[in-house]
Design a protein around this ligand. Structure first.
Ligand code: ADP
Ligand code: ASP
Ligand code: MG
Length: 405
């Protein structure tokens, strides 16, 4: 008998018919003699609808109340799945995050899981109950409902698997694994059999939304192997696991794109020590993470300071930066929401020179201008005009010989 944690995403839970399909899969696991814990997302589109409603109330909706609102999507889907299983003759029970409880910190809308006491879930499993847990949501130590950031159900699932020391953690989604790039924009994308935590962390943080980044951080920290697979077929998916030798043979293992960032540039700042801290501290105080940062100093002694933030944080970040720009005596602040970040990722880059150059040449041949660059040991990212996203992904996929055909 194994303890199995399964997670089903929004598309897999998108209609009653699909929920019935999920219930059949869960029941099969149970009939085979396993203890089943199932984490589910809201039905597809529901969370977006709730976010849109919040944004209609005022410019900056209160984040505590935002969490109360957006957690509602998962409340619907846990009950529907549980009812379906009970209707099929199984014992099933749904849990909100707070009922488990999934205890998080208090950072509304991007909370981190701190602890999951497992007594209640274990008692149910012992009694032959299939446990259905709402993904994406938790509770802080003051009793406030929190959510884990978009795509957070993946993290709920991996955290449940870690807390319960599950034998298997399966993430069921609408593609049958992790591909060399998004199979929905590049038909040549190839399914990867196995990918290291570090590569998956990079891909996830660079926009490959197939797994939320924090789910991979959790998996790495607690050594949880994740099997990413489809809820619509029985294909073997992708194992996200510890790095091993054959993984290093691949130069570039994946290409990610992210249209979800915006660029803010603070222009002509007198070049003095402390500029970066003065511009970025108010943002981190507001819990806004800054991603890429570029600073150039011109000969005239003034500097341009450019960075990116997520689109969700953009309006607030721009307002804060306009204030900070006055303090550092900048000439102007400009911004651009029509950008896209394209990244190539691979542990093989550690031992190969020239990967970045090949990326830049490939983009140049297509006339695609690079606005920002950032590199690490195992990735190169560039910011380009959003309208070239698909083209850039396809030509890079081809240039690095990643095609499955
Ligand atoms: P779920 O609702 O199941 O959580 P998501 O939409 O969050 O599903 O994630 C699955 C989607 O991730 C796929 O439909 C695909 O478009 C996208 N995706 C992006 N990059 C990749 C990749 N490298 N491999 C597989 N899917 C990817
Ligand atoms: N329903 C949430 C979202 O749409 C969480 C998830 O799907 O993982 O972001
Ligand atoms: Mg998702």
């Amino acid at each position: 008998m194994a303890l199995v944690v399964q997670k089903y995403g929004g598309t897999s839970m998108g209609s009653i018919e699909r929920i019935k399909n999920v219930a059949k899969r869960v029941a099969k696991g149970f009939d085979e003699g396993n203890e089943m814990v199932v984490v589910v997302s809201a039905m597809s589109g529901e969370t977006n609808k709730l976010v849109a409603l919040a944004n209609e109330t005022c410019e900056f909706p209160d984040l505590r109340e935002y969490d109360v609102l957006v957690a509602a999507g998962e409340q619907v889907s846990i009950a529907l799945l549980s009812m379906t299983l009970i209707g099929m003759g199984y014992k099933a029970k749904s849990y909100h995050g707070w009922q488990v409880p999934i205890i998080t910190d208090s950072v509304s809308s991007k909370a981190r899981i701190e602890e999951i006491p497992d007594e209640k879930v274990r008692a149910d499993l012992k009694n032959g109950v299939i446990v259905i847990v709402a993904g994406f949501q938790g509770i802080d130590r003051q009793g406030n409902v929190t959510t884990l950031g978009r795509g957070g159900s993946d993290t709920s699932a991996v955290a449940m698997a870690a807390a319960l020391k599950a034998d298997v953690c399966e993430i069921y989604t609408d593609v049958d694994g992790v591909y060399t790039t998004d199979p929905n924009i590049c038909t040549d994308a190839r399914k990867v059999e196995k990918i290291s935590y570090d590569e998956m962390l990079e891909l996830a943080s660079l926009g490959a939304k197939v797994l939320q980044i924090r789910s991979v951080e959790f998996a790495k920290k607690y050594n949880v192997d994740i099997h990413v697979r489809s809820s619509f077929n029985d294909n073997q998916g992708t194992m996200v696991t510890k790095e091993d030798k054959d993984m290093e043979a691949v130069l570039v293992s994946g290409i990610a794109y992210d249209k979800n960032e915006a660029k803010i540039a603070v222009m002509h700042v007198p070049d003095k020590p402390g500029i970066a801290a003065k511009l970025l501290t108010p943002l981190s105080d507001a819990n806004i993470s800054v991603d890429m940062i570029v600073q150039n100093v011109s000969q005239s002694g003034s500097t341009d300071f450019t960075f990116t933030v997520t689109k969700a944080d953009f309006k607030k970040a721009l307002m804060i930066t306009n204030e900070a720009a006055k303090i550092v005596e900048a000439k102007e602040v400009i911004s651009d929401e029509n950008i896209s970040k394209i990244s190539i990722v691979g542990v093989g880059m550690r031992s190969h020179a020239g990967v970045a150059t090949k990326m830049f040449q490939t983009l140049a041949q297509e006339g695609i201008n690079i606005q920002m660059i950032s590199t690490s040991e195992i990735k190169v990212s560039v910011v380009i005009d959003a309208k070239y996203t698909e083209l850039a992904v396809r030509v890079l996929h081809d240039a690095f010989g990643m095609s499955g055909k």
